[in-house]
Design a protein around this ligand. Structure first.
Ligand code: NAP
Length: 319
């Protein structure tokens, strides 16, 4: 199945469906490499990783193996996204962090480099059990300038953000000399992000959707996508699966789903979303699905510490 491409505001093209690799705990690197090679063989040309996931080495090895096996002619045929870790969101740490990412990937550049979270956490802190003193101030202006430097050096072809609310994105646009190409956020039929999607459309910023299937209820996710009666009804009437309807809906919003499947059949099935359309009636039904953000980020909030006193502040009320 041919996957279309999006032209980002940086001028670079990005395949319209991404292959996620952020799923704890990750399989051992050699197994994950084989899984990602399967993904490339199936047709994925856009791979999502992050320093935080510990999957960069496996992604790089998979791209190299795909070239070696002739699945692709060169590394340039795969769009690789990675992300600046929460420990490195300080202007002096951005370039060294990206150089470490490139070394782990064994690549000369990433196609897209994102600020993973609008946060700064003390290096070495246990992110699953943060203490007040672990939460530091995140200076978005200075960090963004360092991201722009990475772009000017050619180490990141495009730069962007992740988990930025509409308010944080608008603020960033006030001073950015290179506007973010992408905001990668939680988005699915049960958290439709209408406000952010509209802002991004107006400002020519592309939205990428993580947890497009609600992570199938695991980790930070929700079962509100996979168990949605509305999606089940649409899927049955169109002879599609619930995940296909969920992914197709995102594509029709002009957004790029980043979907994770380490299963060969499911990763192939998830690609079958480009040669059919939802009807207006289907779209209207999907608009009636109750809305809730699944990952609120409570673990990043300790009152009186860091930049945010509540999840409402963290998301600027977009909950
Ligand atoms: N920027 C961020 O802060 C952020 C946060 C979270 C995630 N992400 C990125 O987004 C990617 C995807 O998000 P996600 O992992 O949260 O969730 P997801 O893609 O919505 O769901 C993944 C889950 O759905 C299952 N699945 C996939 N296709 C399926 C199908 N056709 N039928 C049934 N089950 C299916 C997978 O299991 P199998 O593997 O067994 O198929 C897995 O358990 C991540 O891997 C990561 O790269 C980014």
């Amino acid at each position: 199945m041919a996957v279309g491409e999006i032209v980002l505001n940086s001028g670079y093209k990005m395949p319209a469906l991404g292959f996620g690799t952020g799923s704890p705990p990750s399989p051992p690197a050699h197994e994950l490499t084989a899984i990602i090679v399967d993904g490339i063989a199936a047709g994925y040309r856009h791979i999502d990783t992050a320093a935080m996931y510990g999957t960069e080495a496996a992604v790089g090895a998979a791209v190299a193996e795909a070239v070696e096996r002739g699945l692709i002619k060169s590394r340039r045929e795969v769009f690789v996204t990675s992300k600046l870790n929460v420990f490195d969101t300080h202007p002096d740490l951005v370039l060294p962090a990206l150089k470490q990412t490139l070394s782990d990937l064994k690549l000369d550049y990433v196609d897209l480099y994102l600020i993973h979270w609008p946060l700064r956490i003390k290096k070495g802190a246990n992110v699953s059990n943060l203490k007040g003193e672990d939460l530091l101030h995140f200076n978005v202006k200075e960090v963004w300038e360092a991201m722009e430097e990475c772009c000017k050096l050619g180490l990141a072809k495009s730069i962007g953000v992740s988990n930025f609310s509409s308010v944080k994105l608008s603020n960033l646009l006030e001073f950015a000399t290179i506007p973010p190409a992408v905001d990668q956020v939680e988005m699915n039929v049960a958290w439709q992000q209408q406000k952010l999607v509209k802002l991004c459309k107006d400002k020519n910023i592309h939205v990428a959707a993580w947890s497009p299937l609600g992570a199938n209820g695991a980790f930070w996710g929700t079962l509100a996508v996979m168990e949605s009666p509305v999606l089940k009804e649409i899927a049955a009437s169109r002879n599609k699966t619930v995940p296909q309807v969920a992914l197709r809906w995102i594509v029709e919003q002009g957004v790029t789903p980043i979907v994770k499947s380490y299963n060969k059949e499911r990763m192939r099935a998830n690609l079958e979303i480009f040669n059919w359309e939802l009807s207006d009636e289907d779209i209207c039904k999907i608009q009636t699905i109750p809305q809730a953000r699944a990952l609120k980020g409570d673990r990043f909030i300790i009152q009186g510490h860091g930049d945010y006193n509540s999840v409402e502040e963290f998301w600027d009320g977009e909950l």
